[in-house]
Write a protein that binds this ligand. Structure first.
Ligand code: ADP
Length: 238
């Protein structure tokens, strides 16, 4: 049975989907079978990031309605062997209940080493549904006060739904960041404000924005190296 990790953030636009896609790529590059489950109904973009948007016919909502079997709604990414995606429902109202997630996700996890669930922003029904079958969470925050405050709220909500294993990924870090006028003076202050144990610091890297258009970023760009370390730590190898 694969590990089921929900990638969440509270605040939108901080790099949650980017983290889900590139952590998946990094785990697959380690030879793992990885399924990304896009739960960002209406706004999901993992199909674009993984190069399957032209081919997608079915998605999570079709599996839930019975219109498609799970196998029909899972697409192999052309970017990396071993990386698969079940795309998000196209419409925001196609939310999946927690009960359905608790049945579907363990059944899928039997066929993969990792299932990464991309959670919608916010703390509502979509958040609870995305977390319903997760063993653990990676909470993504940028180093600013607003994002860290949202991450702290997410921490509380995760505890409420029983997810105690939580790790913080600080995204879009740059050395210049704390030299500008910001709420926090350093990374330690960000970690303390969220109250979540750190697993990775992902640098601001223009190669990631370019990768959203072209596919894979260079293997040795700073962000790709950070995601490779995040993947290693998720597997408890350091
Ligand atoms: P979310 O899923 O939290 O809404 P996204 O993953 O869609 O956020 O990222 C929002 C934007 O930020 C995208 O344009 C993405 O390419 C960019 N981005 C995310 N992380 C980084 C980074 N570390 N360096 C540069 N750009 C980034």
């Amino acid at each position: 049975m694969g590990a089921v990790t929900v990638i969440t953030s509270g605040k939108g636009g901080v790099g949650k989907s980017t983290t889900t896609a590139h952590t998946g790529l990094a785990l697959a590059a380690r030879g793992r079978r990885v399924l990304l489950l896009d739960c960002d109904a209406g706004l999901g973009c993992l199909d674009m990031l993984l190069g399957v948007s032209q081919r997608r016919v079915f998605d999570l909502s079709d599996v839930v309605s019975g219109a498609a079997s799970p196998a029909k709604a899972i697409y192999a990414s052309p970017l990396m062997d071993g990386l698969f995606l079940m795309p998000a429902p196209l419409h925001e109202e196609d939310l999946v209940s927690t009960g359905v997630m608790q049945q579907l996700v363990p059944a899928l996890a039997r066929h993969y080493d990792h299932v990464l669930i991309d959670c919608p922003a916010g703390l509502g029904t979509g958040f609870r549904s995305a977390c319903a079958a997760a063993d653990r969470a990676v909470v993504v925050s940028t180093p600013d006060g607003v994002s860290a405050a949202a991450a702290a709220k997410v921490r509380g909500q995760l505890l409420e739904v029983g997810i105690t294993e939580q790790r913080l990924a600080i995204n879009r870090f740059s050395a210049a960041f704390f030299r500008q006028a910001h709420f926090f003076s350093d990374l330690d202050a960000v970690i303390d404000a969220t109250g979540i144990q750190l697993i990775a610091v992902i640098p601001e890297d223009s190669a990631l924005r370019a990768a959203a258009v072209t596919g894979l970023p260079p293997k040795d760009c700073p962000a790709a190296l950070a995601f490779a370390r995040l993947a290693l730590r998720l597997e408890g190898r350091n």
